[in-house]
Design a protein around this ligand. Structure first.
Ligand SMILES: NC(=O)c1ccc[n+]([C@@H]2O[C@H](COP(=O)([O-])OP(=O)(O)OC[C@H]3O[C@@H](n4cnc5c(N)ncnc54)[C@H](OP(=O)(O)O)[C@@H]3O)[C@@H](O)[C@H]2O)c1
Length: 243
């Protein structure tokens, strides 16, 4: 039986991943802050589901979670994340920026420290980034920067974990229907159901793909935009800025 550890398993993409891996007979270690939601997930299959409740921004708590593990991890999916917009760039709120970076980026680093050492040769590590870093989106100074950093982190880790025979996947979703995007009040082209996103992600992970994009066509389009001259990308981005 294979074991997968998933952060952010109480909602959205992480919850769907955890439920689907459980249904497929995997041993699932589900992580999140919300103990009630973790308990509800565990109730789906108590014999195969273990839970770890911690805040990814608290390094000591994350490391303690790692130390509590007694088994090796065939697959680790670092998915916990949030979105905080910078609404007034002129009066830049570095506290909001810092809070977002703490969760999306430093939280991921703490999880890398806690869990990567439990992945044996032949195992896999997946980082959930976003396709948002491919294009200059308005108000996304913090979110986009965190996801750009994660993309680089994944590339560099791919090189340095190869000698340990650990495969690294970067997951770059477009818009997926989850509580995170339910809060958005702007058009979200090609927003897909979480079941479809997770089916694509799981298929990519089964093939040990280095880059997993879902929905593929939307992310491909963003990658094309990313190849445009810098000034043209900014001109297109400017058209989305609210008056
Ligand atoms: N939905 C999209 O369209 C989309 C697109 C691109 C990328 N993504 C990325 O996909 C990942 C999951 O997003 P989602 O849409 O599924 O969001 P979601 O429904 O809001 O779920 C976020 C998950 O992250 C966990 N989390 C947040 N802050 C945490 C913290 N400080 N400590 C521990 N866990 C924390 C939450 O758990 P608790 O509340 O229990 O702590 C929750 O399980 C994120 O990294 C997001 O950036 C999403």
């Amino acid at each position: 039986m294979k074991t997968v550890l998933i952060t952010g398993a109480t909602s959205g993409i992480g919850l769907q991943l955890a439920s689907d891996y459980l249904k497929d007979g995997w041993q699932v270690i589900a992580c999140g802050r919300n103990a009630e939601k973790l308990a509800a997930l565990q109730a789906q299959n108590p014999a195969h589901c273990q839970t770890l409740s911690f805040d990814v921004t608290e390094r000591e708590a994350v490391l303690a979670a790692g130390q509590s593990l007694t088994q090796s991890l065939d697959l680790v999916i670092l998915n916990a994340g949030t979105s905080i917009y910078i609404d007034d760039a002129k009066h830049f709120d570095s506290e909001r920026f810092s809070r977002l970076m703490q969760t999306n980026l430093l939280g991921m680093a703490y999880c890398l420290e806690a869990f990567t050492r439990h992945i044996p040769a032949g195992g896999q590590l997946a980082l959930v980034g976003s396709s948002a870093y491919l294009f200059p989106f308005t108000r996304a100074e913090a979110y986009g920067a965190s996801k750009a950093a994660i993309a680089y982190l994944a590339q560099s880790l791919t090189l340095d974990l190869k000698p340990h025979q650990i495969a690294v996947s970067l997951i770059t979703p477009g818009f997926v229907q989850t509580p995170l995007t339910d809060q958005n009040d702007f058009p979200m082209p090609m927003r897909i159901p979480v079941t479809k996103a997770v089916a694509d992600i799981r298929q990519g992970l089964a093939k040990r793909k280095k880059l997993i994009s879902t929905p593929a066509s939307f992310v491909f389009f963003l990658r094309l935009l990313n190849r445009l001259p810098y000034s043209l990308q900014l001109w297109l981005g400017q058209r989305m800025v609210r008056a």
